[in-house]
Design a protein around this ligand. Sequence first.
Ligand SMILES: C[S@@+](CC[C@H](N)C(=O)[O-])C[C@H]1O[C@@H](n2cnc3c(N)ncnc32)[C@H](O)[C@@H]1O
Length: 279
Amino acid sequence: MPQENSNSQPWDIWSAECYGQTVAPFVAALTDTIQEWLNPQPTDEILDIGCGEGALTAKLATNVKRIVGVDASANMITAFQHTYPHVLSRVVDCRFLGREKDLTSAGFDKVFSNAAMHWILRDAATRTDIMRACFAALKPGGVIVSESGGLGNVAEVHAALIGELIHRGVTPERAREVSPWWFPSLEMMKALVEEAGFKWIRGEVELRQTKLTEVEGGGIKGWVQLFGANFLEELKSDSEREEAVKNVVEALEGVGRRQHDGGFSINYIRLRFEAQKPV
Ligand SMILES: C[S@@+](CC[C@H](N)C(=O)[O-])C[C@H]1O[C@@H](n2cnc3c(N)ncnc32)[C@H](O)[C@@H]1O
């Protein structure tokens, strides 16, 4: 098992090149709606939670007073700082965001997050504290605007990965437990947000059938290898992992292949919300 370091995630599955160029460039790109909800203003000071390698953060940076990107992946933040040295970013495991006193002292107008909360909120033990830390980061009247996976997000791949582990002798309980994601219903997210003290402004769930890349190393195989890494790590050898990826891809072939153009789609379920810290 990979080494743990102090502030980043115990095991860094992320590679900026693999994520941002080969497997999932659409994640930062398909963000028109959440950017509209964020409605960046020249006076805004924004904290971007789970900013990744910074493509979206840097885009937002051009329209606001200050934006700070935080992410648990040292790989992602290294790439961020290399590509966008003029934008503030640093390694923070946001499960423990509350420990970052300079970030959680009511200094921000907005807390923003795209495609990251379903990773960050995975552990039930830290979930409430994370939302409280987002609340603490905001000035009175400030808002949190977030888009992440909702209930049923990428369900076909999620189920295929769990099924493959069970087929290989992992117990169903363990196979579910190693999933790195928490995909809540809108009601569940609302309850979590309100429990932290926020006033819920709006929320919605959208089915986004997302066409995967077709470049070498991408597509459904690349997706399963990158985002399914936590599941595959349960298996004993590289050859077993390779066989598992092959089986998962074969199972999905009958589910996501598009008849009209031969491309491959995954059913992303996006959960968006906006909530306000009372004045
Ligand atoms: C799918 S990427 C999204 C990146 C970026 N927001 C975007 O829109 O492209 C998810 C990011 O969440 C980060 N992440 C996962 N768990 C985290 C945690 N506990 N604290 C901070 N970041 C985390 C990952 O390192 C990764 O960069």
